[in-house]
Write a protein that binds this ligand. Structure first.
Ligand code: PGA
Length: 250
């Protein structure tokens, strides 16, 4: 089985001014200088350029938190893939549950955004996850399969192999409740099976867990066979906590 390089991403959401972002990067870099992991920071749009410049020459990569599928047009408030690439942004989070919940992000829109990101050479980090009600109703796999099939619907198997998937159970995001290692492993293995059935190089795709990952629980989650990294919200705002999670990934 191919070795998958651990992938640890800090999703800042709507946090940090440009000055605060600069401070974070300066504090983070010396703490992760020796890591072999893929380390990714996802600042708000306004801080992307600053983070890109500060991390130049280091292993830290930069992702946006959303993008529009068109290259340009009358879409007030939106940002396109070529605009991100011009800044030397390398990746983009797509389909985060907060965008699905609060901003009407649909699976159909994601099916257009994923090919647009790949065409621009941005690495998509596609977020999927079930609500608490879906889990209680025993519909976790059904929900995830539907999300994956629709969101990845515009991609061929080679393109799917270039996507990073983040499994984020909605009930675990920002709540302090983490999926148990059994739950995280079970779902991430299921996601890999779905990707394999789509003909993708499933053993090479990084599948992340997200939802209240912290220095105290990261090692256990990151040691799971099908969990290849983390998408970290709260603990990704603090350089020390984030570096501790990168450390735990090995
Ligand atoms: P959390 O957020 O780590 O604060 O739960 C994770 C995420 O939303 O990506």
């Amino acid at each position: 089985m191919p070795e998958r390089t651990p992938y640890i991403a800090a999703n800042w959401k709507m946090h940090k001014t440009v000055a605060e972002a600069a401070e974070f990067v300066d504090a983070l870099l010396p703490r992760i200088a020796a890591t072999q992991c893929d380390v990714v920071v996802c600042p708000p749009f306004t801080a992307l350029a600053e983070v890109v410049e500060r991390r130049r020459g280091t292993a830290v990569r930069v992702a946006a938190q959303n993008m529009h599928e068109e290259e340009s047009g009358a879409y007030t408030g939106e940002v396109s893939a070529p605009m991100l690439v011009e800044l030397d942004v390398e990746a983009v989070v797509l389909g985060h549950s907060e965008r699905r919940q609060h901003f009407g992000e649909t699976d159909e829109a994601l099916a257009r955004k994923l090919p647009a990101a790949l065409a621009a050479d941005l690495e998509p980090i596609l977020c999927v996850g079930e609500s608490e009600a879906a889990r209680d109703a025993g519909e976790t796999e059904e929900v995830l399969e539907r999300q994956l099939q629709t969101d990845l619907g515009g991609l061929d198997s080679a393109q799917i192999s270039r996507v990073v998937i983040a499994y984020e159970p909605i009930w675990a995001i920002g709540t302090g409740r983490t999926a148990t290692p059994e739950q995280a492993q079970e779902v991430c293995a299921f996601i890999r099976d779905v990707l394999r059935m789509r003909g993708a190089a499933a053993d090479e795709i990084r599948i992340l867990y997200g939802g209240s990952m912290k220095p105290g629980n990261a090692a256990e989650l990151l040691a799971l066979p099908d969990v290849d990294g983390g998408l970290i919200g709260g603990a990704g705002l603090d350089p020390e906590d984030f570096a501790a999670i990168v450390d735990a990934a090995g």
